[in-house]
Ligand binder design. Structure first.
Ligand SMILES: Nc1ncnc2c1ncn2[C@@H]1O[C@H](COP(=O)(O)OP(=O)(O)OP(=O)(O)O)[C@@H](O)[C@H]1O
Ligand SMILES: [Mg+2]
Length: 179
């Protein structure tokens, strides 16, 4: 059956605005110096060092269980050896998703801790393929892909200058990031 799948015909591009005050200047906003992590006898990192340069799009790859999610959590928790630019505001897309309040509506979820107007949110959701009917739904009835898109939209509307996305790619969507 997989052979019958066709690529999506329309690739939509979505623009998100970003405030200049969030601009980072540190040439390496995230660095790790000799970070170590071990769960019982399993060593995940042994004095590993890295530098993530400003403006870079970096893919962290590795086998299941290699330590990708662990690395993200170490960065978020600013664990020993991790240095972040003081101006860093990190938006995080969690691999295992959020626990959704069954009775929460799509707009209610999007408006929570968000500086955008409802009309702007509706426009963004529409450009990501949500119909006005979808926007009136409760989170509990959304499909897996819709929930992921909604989480992504919420993260992209947030006031962040670094995005850590843990495997958000289980569906087809094309997003273009422009200042
Ligand atoms: N809190 C924990 N306690 C014990 N072991 C843990 C803990 N968190 C992670 N691990 C183990 O550490 C290893 C790395 O896990 P991690 O989730 O970082 O892998 P990953 O690279 O993100 O894998 P995947 O590709 O499946 O998402 C795994 O073997 C996992 O079982
Ligand atoms: Mg993972």
């Amino acid at each position: 059956m997989l052979g019958d799948l066709k690529p999506p015909e329309v690739i939509r591009s979505v623009r998100f605005r970003q405030s200049n005050s969030l601009e980072l200047h540190n040439p390496f906003p995230i660095t790790g110096k000799e970070i170590s992590k071990q769960f019982r006898e399993k060593v995940i990192f042994d004095k590993a060092s890295f530098q993530f340069p400003l403006g870079a799009k970096i893919a962290v790859t590795g086998a299941n269980g290699a330590g990708k999610t662990t690395l993200f959590k170490m960065i978020l928790d600013r664990e020993d050896g991790i240095s972040l630019s003081p101006k860093a505001e990190i938006g995080y897309f969690a691999q295992n998703g959020y626990k959704f309040d069954r009775n929460q509506g799509v707009m209610e979820f999007m408006l929570e801790n968000c500086d955008y107007q409802a009309s702007e949110i509706r426009a963004v959701l529409a450009s990501m393929g949500f119909s006005s009917n979808d926007v009136r739904k409760e989170l509990s009835v959304l499909s897996g892909g819709e929930i992921i898109k909604l989480q992504l939209a919420k993260m992209l509307l947030g006031q962040y200058n670094i995005l850590l996305m843990d495997e958000p790619s289980n569906f087809s969507i094309f997003l273009q990031w422009k200042h």
